[in-house]
Design a protein. Sequence first.
Length: 689
Amino acid sequence: MIDFKSELNAEQLQVVENAYGPTLVLAGAGSGKTRTITYRVAYLLQKGVQPSNILLVTFTNKAAREMILRLEHLLGSTSGGLWAGTFHSIANRLLRLYAPLLGFHSNFTILDSDDSTSLIKVCIKEAHISTQGRRFPSPRVVQAMVSLSRNAFLALPQIIEDRYVSFTERTLELVDVAERYAAKKRESHAMDFDDLLVHLHTLLVNEPRVEERLSEQFRYILVDEYQDTNALQANIVNRLASKHRNILVVGDDAQSIYSFRGADIQNILGFESLFTSCKTFRLTTNYRSTPEILQLANASIARNVSQYKKSLTAVRDSGEAPGVVMARSAREEAAFILQQVDCLLSGGMSPREVVVLFRATYQSQTLEFELMKAGVAYEYRGGMRFFERAHVKDVLAYVRAIENPKDTAAWLRLLGLQQGIGLVSAQKIVTALHAIVGDEPHLTSAHLVALGKQVSGRSCAGFEVAAETLKVALAEPMLSEQISRIIKVSYLEYLESEYPNASDRLEDLHQLEQFAISYEGNRQLFLEEVTLGDEFANGANVGVRPEDRIVLSTIHQAKGLEWDTVFVMGLCDGQFPNHRAMSEEDGLEEERRLFYVAVTRAKRSLYLTYSTTGSGRSMEMMVPSMFLEEVPKDLVNEVGRTHMRALSHGTPSFMNEAPDFNEPMIVLNSDGERQSVTSHSFLKDITDL
């Protein structure tokens, strides 16, 4: 028998012993959420509840496996018969039993993401979509639209109007493709991931006897990470709980950060209203972070209006106050982080205990480059390394073609982006170009005009777009402006048509523009450094075990994880909080929740960094994030020009120097001319304004 009183704290024990009927558990960061759920299941089993009468729903198969392993360790036996898994895996099991009621065979096929994309591609072709005017969205983008529509319980035209406004003129065609896609899946007796949930919901709504049978079977339902559920998922579990109403949902509204995936925070905020007899428990004892880190987290999230009020309490001993680090530029910010990472590792800290977090992938570019040059091995989470990203390589292909018109690989890449140009046509165009260019070192508009006369057939329109893009870029003397023109003339339209996350990728490209400013007048050096940067990165990781690499991660990817030392970089208004998110309903509060998630990843040391100037040509002043301004000053160690020293045990400690506000800086005046001013006078001027 398990001694629950000795193995759980008072908050956790209350949940485990008393969570009967509709129950909401507000589990703060690091409060032992998984432990509480696992012990609740063990408690039910020890009370004689049959495993088949328990439904445990998680958001990842990994989480489900972890809970099952913990449960078997507690019980000393297997937990056979327990229904545990993700929403999709549970739906799959149920649909295998009841598929004929929906007109499917029980051996229906599940389409993975690639299968779905391929099928949508066929539907687009069969719909004879016009290629005139704006590009039609790629199968991946169409798939994202359809998926969001179904999970959010919204019609496809509404999703297009809300999230994909640039394709509103294509709405009728998109609806046609979506209908063809649905028909083809049914003809093939196949379901995609969204269908698993949609069809289960349809089954419960249209077959009352099935709903009654399943709600009778599942006497106890437990749902993890409830703040991340969408409307469809919440409706399914509510229906399954309709008989016994023993539904236990566990989550933290303060960590609801996935609205872009369709997650609806109102599911958890409105749970008490939906179930009027609901019991609510709070897990606020934090086992992860120091009191100083939690004080900052509590003070920040308290600013949100739509939330359940709670305050985390630390178990750990006191440590240093979180550091707010001001740097003069993005490069200085990166250099500071690199210096401190070196200090930590030299002091004996495991690289796996160090993470650098950022709001968006483009923010990591400068730091990545510094790490590459220093030979520091790192693991990147949340996407590809900056210079390995497809959209970055696409734009660089144009720059390479300008610098070296005989760069066959660059030409094949940029021509491959154009409509109507296949590999064979691209190769013919490249061969013709080589003959035209001869021994001339750089591309000219004359070369493009001559080449255009030799291109015929279906390739003409696509080549004209590529040629016009290159001509406009060639007219710009500045490298950063060349990149800007490449994006605006044609690549932006391609980006929006090809990728569901086009806006995030566009921010990467704007960062590439800023990076290029340091290389104005030396395009060759720029391309060399970009290419060699990849080699530095690959070389730094050769033979390095994963556990010997520090981690770079987006905050979204870091949720649920923890590290000893956390750096949160790029804390400037417009970057974090993100300017796009600020324009959305609940956008600011979700951004603050994202900041809260970042802060609560740290166990012992936390550094919040920002730069006072952007990396653009105007050297514009950057304003610290409002999230930094909201935190009481006595909760942080504010640092100006910063140096660090390592204590004997490897813990970094601040040695402050006051910022030099009389140091000159360059700004643009009202006539667009460069002007030297002091930071003090500039700040005074904008304050007066």
